[in-house]
Design a protein around this ligand. Structure first.
Ligand code: IPE
Ligand code: MG
Length: 229
């Protein structure tokens, strides 16, 4: 969800106004994904690298996280949204962490869209954490080094039950991964758009989905029934 700062600056506003304006885009995305029967939506809300931003901006985003959950939890719950989170959640300040934990527990039984919030998330940190976990099993003797495989690593990621993403959308014209779901995105389709996140609406998501459905996903294979010789 990139481009909040530029959105605000282009209007002569402070960067934090861009973060505030992002809420409407989140509503649109959650609503549209729910309607379309999307099962999982992960929002990259705050990265491990974002902690190095000016302290006032970080504090604002953290406070916004808490108040966002408080303001929206009732309607998310009514709409059967199930909230989950990935990242180094212990890095979050106590207030927003508590709101997050409460929201996760309260919505755990919902059966609609699973909304995953990536908070203090980094793809490398996630792999490091998985490797630490795996190493502990090797040291204790319950896992032999030769038995380490891709499934073993995947099963130690933050939310192993959630499938790899089919589509990853990046807004604001940047064309890079910025440490997002490094392991899980091995075969994801990417979609880049110049639209800044606070301007991103359901029609932009619709365009991304249409584009996605034109892609041929072969996962390294050839197309079945074709190109056999
Ligand atoms: C994304 O918008 C929000 C977060 C990373 C929290 P940015 O704040 O990165 O916006 P730009 O890239 O400066 O425009
Ligand atoms: Mg940015």
């Amino acid at each position: 969800m990139d481009g909040n700062g530029r959105w605000a600056r282009s209007r002569g506003l402070r960067r934090i106004e861009g973060h505030r304006a992002a809420e409407r885009s989140i509503h649109d995305a959650v609503e549209y994904c729910g309607e379309q029967g999307v099962q999982y939506l992960t929002l990259y809300a705050f990265s491990t690298e974002n902690w190095s931003r000016p302290r006032a901006e970080v504090s604002f985003i953290m406070a916004l996280l808490g108040s966002f959950i408080r303001r929206n939890i009732d309607s998310l719950n009514e709409n059967q949204v199930r909230i989950k989170a990935i990242g180094r959640l212990d890095d979050l300040p106590r207030g927003p962490r508590k709101e997050l934990d409460r929201a996760i527990i309260r919505t755990a039984g919902n059966e609609g869209l699973t909304l995953v919030l990536a908070l203090s998330y980094g793809g490398r940190a996630e792999i490091v954490d998985a490797v630490r976990n795996l190493t502990a099993d090797v040291v204790s003797g319950s896992l032999a080094p030769e038995d380490i495989d891709a499934e073993g690593i995947a099963s130690r990621l933050y939310l192993p039950g959630i499938p790899d993403p089919d589509l990853i959308i990046r807004t604001s014209g940047e064309q890079r991964l910025s440490n997002f779901l490094l392991w899980e995105s091995a075969y994801s389709e990417y979609y880049f758009t110049d639209v800044l996140w606070p301007d991103f609406r359901r029609e932009h998501l619709e365009a991304a989905f249409s584009d996605y459905f034109t892609r041929k996903r072969r996962f390294g294979d050839v197309e079945p029934g074709k190109d056999q010789d």
